[in-house]
Design a protein around this ligand. Structure first.
Ligand code: OAD
Length: 249
C-alpha cells in the first residue's frame, strides 16, 4: 500500500469531529481468537461455526453448542487485546467523539479500555436462559450440561445473537445513528457479509461520510469504500495514530 493513502486517512482522522468505527472478528485475529469464516482447529475442526451459532443447533444439541461456547470463552479469556484494540482507545481519547460498534462477543475492546462500545451481537461473558432470557450470573453446577436457569429451570445459553435471531434494537438504532451522523467511518476486520451489521457502513456512505476499510482481504464492501487499507488492523491502526498525532503505541 502507498504511504500516501495512509497519510491521507491520517489527516482526515486528525481533523474529524465525529468518527464511527465498526469492528468484526478480524480485529481480534492478532490476539489469537479465530475468526468465524476461518477453519477451526483441534477438537472443533469438523464443525462449521455458522452451523453451531443458531437456535436450531441449540435445540438439536444444546450440550454441543454450550461446549463450543465454553471453548471459545476459554480461548478469549486467555487472549490479550492487541495493538489494534489499543489504537482505537487512543483514537477515542484524541477525538471529540468516537462511537465504537462491534460485532464481536469477545470483550477484548472493553479489556483494552474502550468504554461504551455498542455490542451488536451480545457478549460471550454473559449468560441468559433460553426460554425467558433471564440474565443469570450464577447457577448450580450439576452433571447436566448446559446448566439450568435458577429462576425458571430452562436451559442456559450464552447471551449472544445467533443466526436468525434479532439484534438488540437499541444497539442497532444507536449504530445506524452514529453512521448517519459521523464525518468519518471505519469498517475494520469484518467480512461485511452478515446483515444488518454489514449495512452500517453503507449508511455512512449514503450520508456522504468517507468510509475507510481495513482488512487484509477484499470484501463485498471494498468496491464501495472511499479508502481501502489492505493489511492487518494490529499494524495499520497504530500506524494511523502515529501519522495523525505523532503518538507511538
Ligand atoms: P468473519 O470471520 O466473517 O470475518 C473476519 C474478517 O476479518 C475477514 O474479512 C478477514 O479477512 C478479516 N481479517 C482477518 N485477519 C485480520 C486482521 N489481522 N486485521 C484485520 N482484518 C482481518 O467475522 P465477522 O465479519 O465479524 O455473528 O462476522 C460477522 C458475524 O458473523 C459475527 O459477528 C458472527 C458471525 O457469524 C454472529 O455470531 C451472529
Amino acid at each position: 500500500m502507498e504511504m500516501g493513502i495512509l497519510q491521507e486517512v491520517a489527516d482526515l482522522l486528525r481533523r474529524a469531529q465525529r468518527v464511527a468505527v465498526l469492528t468484526g472478528a478480524g480485529i481480534s485475529a492478532e490476539s489469537g481468537v479465530p475468526t468465524f469464516r476461518q477453519a477451526q482447529t483441534g477438537l472443533w475442526a469438523q464443525y462449521d461455526p455458522q452451523e453451531l451459532a443458531t437456535p436450531e443447533a441449540f435445540r438439536r444439541n444444546p450440550r454441543l453448542v454450550w461446549e463450543w461456547y465454553a471453548w471459545r470463552w476459554q480461548l478469549v479469556s486467555q487472549a490479550e487485546p492487541n495493538p489494534g484494540h489499543f489504537a482505537l482507545v487512543e483514537m477515542a481519547r484524541r477525538l471529540p467523539r468516537l462511537t465504537l460498534i462491534t460485532q464481536n462477543v469477545d470483550g477484548l475492546h472493553q479489556r483494552a479500555g474502550s468504554q461504551d462500545a455498542i455490542e451488536l451481537h451480545g457478549n460471550l461473558q454473559r449468560v441468559k436462559c433460553y426460554d425467558h432470557a433471564h440474565a443469570v450470573t450464577t447457577w448450580e453446577e450439576t452433571a447436566e450440561i448446559p446448566p439450568r436457569c435458577p429462576i425458571c429451570g430452562s436451559l442456559l445459553r450464552p447471551d449472544v445473537v445467533w443466526f436468525g435471531e434479532n439484534l438488540p434494537l437499541a444497539a442497532l438504532d444507536a449504530a445506524f445513528a452514529a453512521a448517519r451522523e459521523c464525518d468519518l467511518f471505519f469498517s475494520i476486520g469484518t467480512s461485511a457479509l452478515v446483515h444488518p451489521a454489514a449495512s452500517i457502513p453503507l449508511e455512512a456512505l449514503r450520508a456522504q461520510a468517507p468510509v475507510v476499510e481495513i482488512n487484509p482481504e477484499r470484501t463485498p464492501l471494498t468496491h464501495y469504500v472511499t479508502y481501502f487499507l489492505m493489511g492487518p488492523s494490529g499494524q495499520l491502526l497504530p500506524q494511523l495514530v502515529q501519522l495523525a498525532w505523532g503518538q507511538r503505541l
